[in-house]
Structure formats: C-alpha cells, structure tokens
Design a protein around this ligand. Structure first.
Ligand code: NAD
Length: 445
C-alpha cells in the first residue's frame, strides 16, 4: 500500500520504517526540514534502537521524507496522523493534530479516489469523531464515510524497544467510522499474521490506548507508595515484598509442569524513582482532565500523579541521610533519559532530581549512554558536568545516584571496588544487588 505519515517523530518514523520493512511504500512528512533531510540521508534524527539500520536500508527507495504534505497525500492511499499531542497544563493540546488534519483535508479536495485518514496520535476519546471529522470534512468539502475513510489506530510502542514492538505487536486496535475503513487498515497490517485485532469504533480505540497507559502508571505509583512505606517501617525490603507478591498465581501463573510464566507486567510492579516520558504523565493528565470536564473527578488517577511527582524526592531523602547539606557535594547522576535505550528526556525524573541537587548547591556530574546531548539543552551551561563515560562520571563522586535502568550501570560495583573512600550509592531503580557496593541505599529498602 502507499502510505503517508504526517509527523516523523518517535511514532511516525518508526511506523514508516517498519511498514516499509513489511513491504509498503511510505512518505514521511514533517515540518522540520532537518528531520526530513536526515531521514532522506538514511540517518535517524534521534536515538532509537534498530531504527538507524532500517533507515539506512530503505531511505531513498521505498521510504521517502518530505515537507510537502499535499503531494504526499495525493500520491498515497492512506495517511497516518502521528503528530504530538502535548498536555498544556489544563487539557490535551490538539493544535498540531487539527493543523495536520486541516492540511490533509485541503489535499483531499484535489483527490478523486477514496483515501483513508488514520489518527495514530494519542487523542482523548471522542476526538477523531467530534474534532477530526468536522475539520476534515470542511477542509476537503467531502463527506467522511462516503468520500474518505476515517480511522483511529493507537500506537503501543515503548521507546527504546519501538522497532521490536512495532514489528511484533501484541495487538492491533483498528477503530473506524465504518467497516470499509477498518478493512483498509486490516489490509495494511496484512503481513502481521496471527496478531489479535480489535475491530471497533474510533472512541473505543482512543479509550483503549488511555486505559492501557493509565493502568501501567497506576501499577508504578502503587508499587512506589508501598515501597515508601516499607522504607518507613524499617527491616522490610520492597524488592522481597514485590517478589512475594509477583509469585501469586494471579500475577504469574504456574504451568502444569511447574514452570512459571513471568509476565512483563511485573516490571511495572517494582519500586523506583517514578515514571516519565512523553506518554504516561501526559495520558494520565489528559484522562483526568476529560473526567473533570464531564463532572467526574478521577480521584485514583490524581493520586497516581501525586505519588509520582514526589517520587524523585525519595532519592534526595536518601542522600540527605548521609549529607545533611548537599552544598559542595559531588554527586554522579547515572542515567538521564526517562528509560533505557532511548535519548528521550521528556518528563524524565532525572530533571527535577538534578534541579533540586543544583538548587541545594551540589556539584553534579552526569552520564547517560544516549541522552547527554538532549539533556544539555535543559540545564544552564556549565551547571552540570556531562561525562563521556561511566568511569569519568563516578570519578571523585561522594555519592552516585542511579536514575535510569541502563544495563551498562550493572558494571558499577566492579568499578567502585577498592576505591577509598567509597561513595554512597543511591539506587533509584533497584538495579544493583544491595550487597554489591559498600554503602547502598535503595528506594523501598
Ligand atoms: P514527536 O514529538 O517525537 O513527533 C511529532 C512530530 O510531528 C515532530 O517531528 C513534529 O515536527 C511533527 N509535526 C508537528 N506538526 C506537524 C505538521 N503539521 N505537519 C508535519 N509534521 C508535524 O512525538 P511522538 O513521540 O512521535 O508522539 C506522537 C503521538 O504519538 C503523540 O500523540 C503521542 O502521545 C503518541 N505516542 C507516543 C509514543 C512514544 O513512545 N513516543 C507511544 C505511543 C503513542
């Protein structure tokens, strides 16, 4: 199929590259000329495992990038909208979606054949039908259902594992205003054999995305609240508590031969310094706002955010146990991105953590295997010493704070062996064995 994708960001570009890998022809459209040029050179404009290889393989052939949205729509059969939907502090901001859709509509005015427009951006329930549809109809002068199809196909990829997630999806949610639209989406995903499809309306598709993310955020905040209580009670390690809970047959079923299935949901039932990224905080916020707008306070989700916002403070509390004043203390911050295998700094817990360290006069030396460069833009020049490797980051540090779960940080105990004096290690992800370093502090311990 010939596909255009509006927005060549984390979702749009992964979608484009993977659909090409599955045999389609794709044009990625972005307003950012630098991104477009990078894609056409076969270079990835951001760090995402495996995406660079796909771009090198397909750019200039079945994968193209352009700033010319109209031409891209006219020469394709289906258009994905994959632009950002930020939370503006009150509600989800649909400015980019509306603008992209308006332009797609204008292009459709000049097109005679049937075309399908699919929203891939995360939008609150009701958006595709009540916001996108009228904008498209007005800009195109055509009727949804009769002249063009309109669908909603949420994306569930996780940054850092996005290519793998897209190529091997756990589900395909195909929301559409009619069967014809859903059939076209089904055909697009024809190569994804055996993957369960949910064929539904657009509002349900939108809601499935939100509840999926809200559940994950809820599990994280639940685990963190329990971990904080374990710490407060003393003599209880939340890692053991969680492990005992994970062994419940409801969470990890035991097969007849005694083998245990360990579902990946368990990774969300673990203590840490909080969730971040471009999705979980934003999506929980957006659903709370939608509930409020309908006169339904979302009390549980509000607590999920409240717990999360305070969680980076748990790292600071552990530092303060050893350094009542942080002024002049050299703190190595390991990990800056919101999760491993990505350079995405959006809403990363490292940001409030480092800001507090700086405001209290600590000297911060930071290292992330991928996110040093984007992180540099977030702090005043010279305030944070960004290090090229783990060794330099921990050199001379009185405290080491582990914020992101990069596998590389498993080397830390070996690296610190024999050092005098030993730094305090505050493990914000409970990545290390608590007995592997001389002075260990962990969330939930
Ligand atoms: P992003 O910020 O990485 O990319 C958005 C891109 O859209 C940018 O490159 C921007 O320049 C471009 N853009 C904006 N307006 C445009 C226009 N009118 N025409 C062409 N290009 C335009 O965003 P993202 O992380 O890819 O997220 C996109 C959507 O997908 C959001 O709704 C997000 O919530 C959702 N989502 C994101 C993830 C994730 O892990 N990042 C996962 C699932 C869903």
């Amino acid at each position: 199929m010939r596909v255009s994708i509006i927005g060549a960001g984390h979702v749009g570009l992964v979608t484009g590259a993977c659909l090409v890998e599955k045999g389609h022809r794709v044009v990625c459209v972005d307003v950012d000329q630098r991104k477009v040029d990078a894609v056409n050179r076969g270079e990835c404009p951001f760090y995402e495992k495996g995406l660079g290889e796909l771009l090198r393989k397909h750019a200039g052939a079945r994968l193209q990038a352009t700033t010319d949205l109209h031409a891209a729509v006219l020469e394709t059969d289906l258009t994905f909208i994959a632009v950002g939907t930020p939370f503006d502090g009150q509600v989800i901001d649909l400015t980019y979606v509306k603008e992209a859709v308006r332009q797609v509509g204008q292009a459709l005015r000049r097109k005679s054949s049937y075309h399908v427009v699919v929203i891939k951006s995360t939008v609150i329930p009701g958006t595709t039908d009540q916001v996108v549809r009228p904008v498209l109809e007005e800009a195109s002068g055509k009727k949804a259902g009769a002249d063009f199809g309109l669908g909603m196909n949420p994306e569930f990829l996780t940054e850092g594992e996005a290519v793998e997630d897209f190529m091997h999806p756990d589900r395909l949610v195909l929301g559409g205003i009619d069967e014809r639209t859903i059939d076209v989406m089904d055909e697009l995903y024809g190569a994804f054999k055996g993957v369960e499809r949910v064929r539904t309306n657009t509002g349900t598709a939108e809601m499935i995305k939100y509840v999926s993310n809200c559940l994950l955020a809820t599990l994280i905040s639940f685990s963190n609240e329990i971990a904080n209580l374990c710490s407060r009670l003393g003599g209880i390690d939340s890692v053991d508590v969680m492990r005992g809970m994970h062994l419940s047959k409801y969470l990890s079923s035991v097969l007849p031969r005694g083998e245990r299935l360990s579902p990946s949901i368990l990774s969300f039932l673990a203590a840490g310094c909080g969730f971040g990224g471009s999705c979980l905080p934003k999506d929980v916020n957006a659903l709370i706002a939608q509930g409020k707008a309908r006169g339904l306070p979302m009390r549980m989700l509000e607590s999920v955010l409240a717990v999360n916002e305070e969680q980076p403070q748990q790292m600071l509390a552990r530092l303060r146990k050893h350094f009542p004043s942080l002024a002049g203390i050299r703190v190595a911050v390991l990990g800056l991105a919101f999760r491993p295998d990505t350079d995405d700094m959006r809403e990363s817990p490292a940001i409030p953590f480092i800001k507090t360290l700086l405001s209290e006069g600590a000297r911060v030396q930071a290292y992330d295997p991928a996110a040093n460069r984007p992180a540099q833009k977030l702090f005043a020049p010279g305030r944070v010493a960004f290090c090229d490797n783990l060794e330099t980051a921990v050199n001379g540090a009185q405290a080491v704070a582990l914020v992101t779960r990069w596998n590389e940080f498993l080397r830390l105990p070996e690296l610190l062996q024999g050092r005098e004096p030993q730094p305090i290690v505050v493990d914000g992800r409970r990545l290390l064995d608590k007995n592997s370093v001389a002075c260990y502090e962990g969330i939930g311990l």
